[in-house]
Design a protein around this ligand. Structure first.
Ligand code: COA
Length: 175
């Protein structure tokens, strides 16, 4: 049961942010408790025993044809949605050489990479983001079995301007 919310109106001066001091130690030590963290932010010992401690794996693969010629490249790295290993997802990226675009290479490569990440790790989620007007990548991701999730406002900075991105994912439970 959560305690009742505190009541009373705040004035603008009632909440400030400051550095912690040694005098805060007793209170800060309670921040790992279930009571303080509450349901949505509490990880028990089993969860934390499997922690990633900020370690992030990454890698890349060449996209090639059957004869070994380079068609492009895919990349992948882990992003953390929580402190434990099961809260890690894979974020992937892709570049197809200009002369090989529009033949299904990008879609195929991203499908294969997601399949491989699901097969070789226990990750639940593979995700990819792209700028909202990157129609080719949006369509390639859909063709690779990803689902569109929503807009990440101003997430990217490129060519002197903020760009909205759109997030896609495939999860282990997707058909
Ligand atoms: C985005 C990219 C990876 C797509 O790879 P690709 O091999 O050209 O794409 P595919 O041939 O697999 O096409 C996938 C879909 O996109 C469509 N598409 C491809 N190029 C397109 C274009 N220029 N405009 C609109 N749609 C396009 C295809 O028709 C296909 O749609 P469909 O599934 O409805 O038939 C490739 O264009 C690329 O490397 N672009 C530059 C780098 C980049 O933008 N990377 C992603 C950064 S987040």
């Amino acid at each position: 049961m959560s305690p009742e919310p505190a009541s009373g109106q705040l004035t603008p001066d009632d909440v400030v942010l400051r550095e912690s001091t040694p005098d805060d130690t007793l209170v800060l030590d309670t921040f790992s408790s279930h009571e303080v963290r509450s349901e949505h932010d509490y990880y028990d010992d089993d969860d934390l025993g499997d922690g990633h401690r900020g370690a992030s794996r990454s890698g890349s693969r060449v996209i090639s044809d059957a004869a070994g010629a380079v068609l492009g490249r895919v990349t992948f790295h882990q992003v953390a949605y929580g402190p434990n290993r099961r809260s890690l997802a894979w974020r992937i990226g892709v570049t197809v050489l200009p002369e090989h675009r529009g033949r299904g290479v990008g879609a195929r490569a991203q499908r294969i990479l997601a399949d491989e990440l699901f097969a070789t790790t226990d990750a639940w989620r593979v995700e990819a983001d792209t700028e909202v007007d990157n129609v080719a990548e949006r369509r390639a991701l859909l063709a690779a079995g990803f689902r569109e999730e929503g807009v990440l406002r101003g997430a990217r900075w490129r060519a002197g301007a903020r760009r909205d991105a759109v997030m896609f994912s495939r999860t282990r439970s997707d058909a």
